[in-house]
Design a protein around this ligand. Sequence first.
Ligand SMILES: [Zn+2]
Length: 511
Amino acid sequence: MKRGMQAVVTLAAMLLTAAMAAAQRVGGEQVDLDVLQRIREEGLSHSQVSALAGYLTDVIGPRLTGSSGMKRANEWTAQTFRQWGLANVAVEPWGRFGRGWERVAFSGRIVEPFVQPLQGSALAWSGSTRGTVTGPVVFVSIADTSDFARYRGTLRGAFVMRDTVITVGPEFEREPLRTPLEDLFAPVPTPERRFTPEMRERFRRARELTATVAAFLRAERAAALLTYSSRQYAILRPQGGPESDQARDSVGFEPLPAIQLSQEQYFQMYRNLQRGVPVRMELNVQNRWLSDDLSAYNTVAEIPGSDLKGEVVMIGAHLDSWFGGTGATDDGAGTVVMMEAMRILKTLGLTPRRTIRIALWSGEEQGLLGSAAWVANHQAELPRISAYLNVDNGTGRVRGIWDQSNAAAIPVFEQILWPFRDLGVVAVRHGNTGGTDHLSFVRAGVPGFNFIQDPIEYGTRTHHTDADTFERLVLDDLAQAATVVAFTAYHLAMRDAMMPRPPAPAATGGN
Ligand SMILES: [Zn+2]
């Protein structure tokens, strides 16, 4: 990494003169070239992202909100911040989340028509079997509750499939891992709501029916509900089970065992049932409930400001993850990038004018819960938060940033990011990106931003899957991102004015 980075630093120095000239001509940002060089040197030549990411993924592991992994992550991040000498370090409760859940044991086999070990996982907040259970696999076609009558009294001890299969096959065309330059400058498609109210209502009804079906299967004493992964190649993508909401809320409630299988095994069983070939399965799934503490927590820490310390620049990412893998790219990557940005600033002994605060959220995967609660709990501070910066699009290096329809932010970002062109940061784009914690700030009228990143394997392999592990991280990209974030936060904390407020709350997208 080092030799390449030195070449890059020299090239950057050549570009900087031009950058400064442009800066002063366009918008008058006073970009501090001395600090820029020191941040680049620390971030690119003395990066700690490998050690941080390694510990977070290999030692702490997955961090489903409410689980013991999440607790360890809150404690470790706070302890790390204290070791670095950050101020006001806290593991801050944000409200009631409900019961924690974690996996204890999972084993199983398909036993007919031939023996094969099960490729599967429990779904979150789903139930356990009573030891090892064996039974037939059956397919049920349930479009609404009137279909229950056809199956009543027939499903005891059965493994129940309800989802029809989709057509899949070899991937003839792979998605590019890095974004081609022309795509970064392509016109932004007319903003449209990703989901119409009608679609949202349909999703809500489908979720409701799924929970009702699970309750029916529980009453019928079925062995388990079987679902399949949304990824091919035996990649699992387990998320919440059909009775998650009730199971989180109601201590003592024991939901139906619900598992996800690989597409390939589920589809094989489905095809055999279509052929009239009997399929039998054996399963032992054990999960644990954590009911002692129904609260959830964010980790926060600060570098106090000087003459403007009452104003704050915030950076953040979500510390929680799904549980199939170890949450490396979602969002261990953003977590490590933001931690490393704080370490760089602290190591260099920089004293920003505004306070720089890091927040590592929980409950993001269940609907931006931790960041939304933080914003609700800190209303009085919001007018003095200059900006919130987020990284949550996987491991890819930063290629730019969305202005989140706040066009006044464009000339500011253009000038901050210009000196990082040699590291691939090229696009300050007008438009919105959604899906993650910056929206909690945007919805409250605080300028919130999420960086644009190269996709690498985020959409195709790692997002919420059991392949989301340390191996999938591109460490040089994380070091680049931390360097860019550190300088962006520092500059925003130093400039005379706060970041311009957006014209009106302009939130789009879901999660
Ligand atoms: Zn995420």
